[in-house]
Design a protein around this ligand. Structure first.
Ligand SMILES: Nc1ncnc2c1ncn2[C@@H]1O[C@H](COP(=O)(O)OP(=O)(O)OP(=O)(O)O)[C@@H](O)[C@H]1O
Ligand SMILES: CC(=O)N[C@H]1[C@@H]2OC[C@@H](O2)[C@@H](O)[C@@H]1O[C@H](C)C(=O)O
Length: 396
């Protein structure tokens, strides 16, 4: 099996299936990528992309163990295997639909499902390292599909001094560095993060990636809890409300926002309890649903802008390209433009890769680097330690 992997590593191009499921728990993204070369020479083409929505049962099962400090261990153990099996089933379903034999696929790159993310900035317990936990074991995927699978990409990043995220910086650097000027790639998923990319021939020192705080997660949790809706479609409810400046100021008053870059976070911090605690602290009565959504949306935009401005180079940033489900929220995009008036903001698709496919594609790139590349081209440092990521599972 190691010799098979070695021959895959020597191929001129590889077919790698990237699998990504994010913190919004909406489903599994599958991106079949044809990747030529590695490192600076990486050339990528997306042959197929699809999202398989989680069933209500799977979502409920994940929610039972998602971002909670205490969970039922029996459920956790079962879900580690269950998610691995589910991802294998989704892979076989997609390949069948695309009329591709699994034997044609060189590698699967599976992110897994994050269920807990605990940097020391969250725990404040410095006896323990940063930690992050993704389930969906790669062995289940490899055995059930017959395809060599790389998974569990975040542990090496933690081991090398990072917080286990954001990892997209590795692929962003290879695929999207501008020839001149600089750009920011912003992803607004459950959590928002960005990669700052200096020009390709500029010193690597400035390369940086960081979370900025909530993406859609607080808005979604509020809509689900208060209005039994999955999210605020197109930001329509928020657009009909008025931002409450006192609540907004209180929401922004958390040490996470003044902490230095790079930093990471998750729904372990930004959740309904965060909203409730803020309202209690400020002794403000809850605004109407429309006003609360307007405020949460503006809070999301302001916290993103704050993260970007903390770069201290933002006046030099030429362009921001936005991916993730947040691009569909018109009111959020309006708030973002209002808070970052000097930046020109575009949808990520302008760079030639569909916004929804970006994260799944980047895990395929990470697997390609581990199997056929080196970590030499990364600049090192906390945001992007010079390591190859992921564990390898063989089908036999
Ligand atoms: N039409 C829309 N209007 C408003 N919001 C939308 C719309 N479409 C999608 N979204 C938002 O995008 C979210 C999904 O985003 P995405 O798939 O990027 O998240 P994710 O990949 O799970 O998160 P992460 O990047 O944190 O891992 C939805 O839960 C919703 O909040
Ligand atoms: C621990 C974890 O799963 N983090 C996710 C999450 O979703 C967005 C943001 O928070 C980002 O830091 C990360 O995902 C992307 C894919 C990353 O690592 O680059």
């Amino acid at each position: 099996m190691v010799s098979k992997l070695a021959s895959i590593a020597r191929k001129r191009e590889r077919l790698i299936l990237g699998l990504m499921s994010g913190t919004s728990l909406d489903g599994l993204d599958l991106a079949l990528c044809q990747i030529k070369g590695s490192g600076e020479q990486t050339q990528l083409q997306i042959n197929h992309f699809k999202t398989i929505t989680y069933s209500a049962q799977v979502r409920a099962d994940i929610q039972e163990i998602f971002s909670k400090p205490t969970v039922n261990m029996a459920k956790l153990s079962a879900m580690h295997a269950r998610i691995g099996t589910l991802f294998a089933e989704c892979t076989l379903l997609a390949l069948n639909e695309w009329e591709i034999n699994p034997s044609a696929i060189d590698l699967i790159a599976s992110h897994g499902q994050t269920i807990y993310h605990a940097p020391q900035s969250l725990t404040h317990d410095f006896h323990y390292p940063n930690s992050t936990f993704q389930i969906g074991d790669g062995d289940h995927i490899a055995v059930k599909t017959g395809i060599i699978t790389l998974s569990d990409f975040r542990q090496k990043h933690v081991a090398a001094g990072g917080e286990g995220a954001p990892l997209v910086v590795y692929g962003d650097r290879l695929l999207f560095s501008p020839k001149t000027g600089s750009r920011i790639l912003l992803n607004i998923g459950g959590i928002a993060n960005f990669t700052y990319l200096p020009a390709v021939d500029a010193s690597d020192d400035l390369l940086l990636a960081s979370d900025t705080g909530p993406g859609n997660t607080l808005m979604n949790q509020y809509m689900q809890h208060e209005l039994d809706e999955p999210f605020d479609k197109d930001g329509a409810l928020a657009a009909s409300g008025k931002v409450n400046s006192n609540v907004l100021a209180a929401l922004l008053n958390h040490p996470f926002f003044s902490a230095a870059l790079p930093k990471t976070t998750g729904p372990e911090l930004f959740n309904l309890a965060y909203i409730e605690k803020t309202l209690q602290q400020t002794r403000l009565s809850a605004p109407t649903h429309a006003d609360m959504m307007a405020t949460l949306t503006m809070f999301t935009a302001k916290s993103i802008a704050h993260g970007i401005q903390a770069l201290n180079v933002h006046s030099l940033i030429d362009e921001i390209y936005v991916s993730g489900g947040g691009v569909h929220n018109h009111f959020l995009m309006h708030c973002l433009k209002e808070t970052l008036p000097s930046c020109s903001i575009h949808r990520f698709d302008a760079l030639g890769i569909p916004a929804d496919a970006k994260e799944a594609v980047l895990f395929a790139v990470l697997a390609n680097e581990t199997v056929a590349g080196t970590a030499d081209h990364m600049n090192g440092g906390v945001a992007a330690p010079q390591v190859c990521l992921g564990k390898i599972s063989f089908p036999q």
